[in-house]
Write a new protein. Structure first.
Lengths: 175, 460
């Protein structure tokens, strides 16, 4: 099945290309559009992006591998980034990570058994004054305690069941 | 603390401060309108020079002087790129501007574009800050709808377009030439300088790259006049105005505080941030302005007996009583950086703190230059060995110093210095701890002892 971007996102590409003097400059924003739709950057997406921007696949692959936020493997619908740099660590970042490992039953880079969460270690996320913190998908959760984190994860886990089904449906609808 | 009228943060507490209607009720865009319709561009640059604003991204280069380096050849386009890749550990000030007062940043972009003759501006925001990007995008749309951004800002013929550009997770993209490569759709690897961005920057065109806070200060500088704004600082001449300070770590009230340039670290920690988190745990060390700045100790004292020493006025005083300025801190053997301090109480083991940061640098080295790619890994390896009890005392400490020294000055960008300087700083200030650790190991020491019960709960 060939990769296709949704019509709204297709429209965004046209807007993106107007912003820059070169096509290639749209590379990172375009990869974001793809990842937001598909969840991770497949080899197929790399080829597709390369064609769209008239650059080689090596160029796209080079960019994808350079930046930590582009996933080269499938991840769960929710990615938990736990900040482990000094400011967070002084306020309990390690305890937060240990709790996440225990609760999700996996280490950094792994996915929980229920398939809802992928755990990742992050370096400084620029929220040092609200440490300890985690980023889950696009959201920052700050001034954490283990108890607060558990409530957040419970809520996200509840919502995720529906999200996963919606995603499966969307995938089927694609030509 | 003396009474102080906030400038950069004046709209922070207001409900919906990020909406254009609210921001305009509280003064937004008035300065841009006046500047773009009535003031010649050169005069704006002259005011920014008079303001003596030192770049807020960490290097402390005078912004007005940087603008003065532009000399576009016929046919060249000048660009403005705003560095919002805030990633330096301990630093979280620019995010507050983008989230709480995006229109101040946009107003600064408009005035700056007009002053330097740019028609296009990109704000490069680190990819993690999806909400800040969304907020800026909304603000840009609002300003575009009002006609402030677009072909005729405030009716002037100088068209200005502003866009955000997302990063995707890479500390090095805060280095200005790496940022430009990233903007162009490349790997974020720094470029050799020269050519400097003012000559050949984004897309090969003359480009000014400034930090978010620097640009957000421009409206106030233009409104008040460079000299008046400069004089708000306690370190005039040379280091003007007000700035955002950040505090994180073991203090009662971590956060971002606006204050004149030149307050002391003691004031920042004990007046603004409410003092140490636990009364029984005194201040042991503070990293003054992001992780790349060498650590300070309250029980180390300034030695400047000679009257011509830049720090002579503070001779014999604690390091944390020296005013926080770009030049004063350089004379002190550290750097002001982003003025966002990481405060550590006496529960923290300095070798472990250092190891945490060296892990960061190893992870973030872009890998272009051998001394940096190998050096960062080597420093971490040595510290990991020490932590695991496989150390060998003097040899390890000497090797850390040797590796760090061989990284400096041998790479394309300043990342290697940013790693080696704090490494050497930790050893200079806490050599005994490194020697003890090398002899005995760290035995799984952790530095969340002070807060562990609060975070995990008694049951945990």
């Amino acid at each position: 099945m060939a990769f296709v971007l949704s019509p709204e996102r297709e429209k965004q590409i046209a807007q993106l290309l107007e912003r820059y003097p070169t096509r290639r400059a749209a590379l990172i924003p375009l990869l974001w559009l793809c990842q937001r739709q598909y969840g991770w950057i497949t080899p197929e997406i790399i080829d597709w992006v390369a064609k769209r921007l008239d650059v080689s696949t090596a160029v796209v692959k080079g960019v994808v591998t350079f930046y930590t936020m582009f996933f080269e493997h499938e991840v769960a619908p929710n990615v938990v980034w736990v900040c482990r740099t000094l400011s967070c660590d002084l306020r309990g970042g390690k305890a937060i990570q240990e709790h996440l490992e225990k609760r999700l039953g996996c280490g950094a880079g792994g996915t929980s058994k229920d398939g809802k969460f992928t755990l990742m270690k992050a370096e400084c996320l620029a929220a040092c004054g609200q440490a300890p913190m985690v980023q889950i998908n696009d959201d920052y959760f700050e001034d954490l305690t283990v108890e607060k984190l558990d409530r957040i994860l419970d809520e996200i886990a509840k919502k995720t069941g529906k999200k996963t089904e919606a995603r499966a449906e969307a995938a089927q609808e694609q030509p | 603390m003396t009474a102080f009228t906030p400038l950069l943060t004046s709209r922070y507490g207001i409900e919906n401060s990020w909406k254009i209607a609210v921001a305009e009720q509280h003064g937004a865009y008035q300065t841009a309108r006046r500047a773009i319709t009535t003031t010649p561009p050169d005069q704006i640059t002259a005011e920014v020079k008079k303001a003596a604003i030192r770049g807020r991204g960490g290097a402390g280069f005078p912004a007005g002087v940087k603008w003065g380096f532009l000399s576009p050849k016929p046919g060249e386009q000048t660009y403005l790129v705003v560095n919002a890749d805030e990633s330096e550990p301990g630093t979280f000030k620019d995010r507050t501007i983008m989230n709480l007062d995006p229109h101040r940043l946009l107003e600064g972009c408009l005035i700056t574009c007009y002053a330097i003759g740019a028609h296009k501006c990109w704000i490069y925001v680190r990819g993690e800050l999806a909400h800040s990007i969304a907020r800026l995008d909304e603000a840009i749309e609002e300003a575009r709808a009002k006609g402030y951004i677009g072909s005729r800002p405030f009716g002037s013929a100088h068209s200005i377009d502003i866009w955000t550009h997302p990063g995707a997770g890479a500390y090095i993209c805060g280095e200005e030439t790496a940022l430009l490569n990233s903007l162009e759709g490349r790997r974020g690897e720094p470029r050799l300088k020269p050519p400097f961005p003012a000559n050949r920057g984004a897309f090969g065109q003359p480009t000014i790259v400034n930090n978010v806070e620097t640009i957000a200060s421009v409206p106030d500088i233009v409104k008040m006049g460079g000299e008046a704004w400069c004089n708000l600082s306690r370190l005039v001449p040379g280091d003007g105005g007000v700035r955002l300070y950040g505090v994180s770590g073991h203090v009662k009230k971590p956060g971002v505080y606006e204050a004149p340039v030149g307050i002391t670290m003691r004031e920042l920690i004990f007046d603004h941030a409410g003092g140490m988190l636990r009364e029984q745990r005194p201040l042991k060390a503070v990293i003054p302005g992001g992780s790349s700045t060498p650590v300070l100790r309250p029980d180390h004292y300034v030695e400047a007996p000679r009257p011509d020493h830049p720090l002579h006025k503070w001779d014999g005083m604690s390091e944390i009583d020296v005013p926080m300025g770009v030049d004063t801190y350089r004379a002190l053997g550290t750097m002001l950086g982003t003025a966002c301090a990481i405060v550590m109480d006496n529960s923290v083991n300095m070798v472990e703190a250092c190891r945490n940061l060296m892990r960061f640098y190893k992870h973030e080295s872009c890998g272009q230059c051998t001394p940096c790619r190998e050096g960062t890994g080597w420093l971490l390896d040595i510290l990991d060995n020490v932590a695991a009890g496989r150390g060998t005392t003097e040899k390890d400490v000497a090797l850390l110093v040797d590796v760090a020294n061989n990284m400096m000055g041998n790479t394309i960008c300043a990342f290697a210095e940013g790693t080696a300087m704090p490494m050497l700083g930790f050893i200079r200030k806490f050599r005994d701890e490194f020697e003890v650790a090398a002899r005995r190991g760290l035995h799984g020491v952790r530095h969340d002892e002070t807060v562990f019960d609060d975070v995990v709960g008694r049951a945990g």
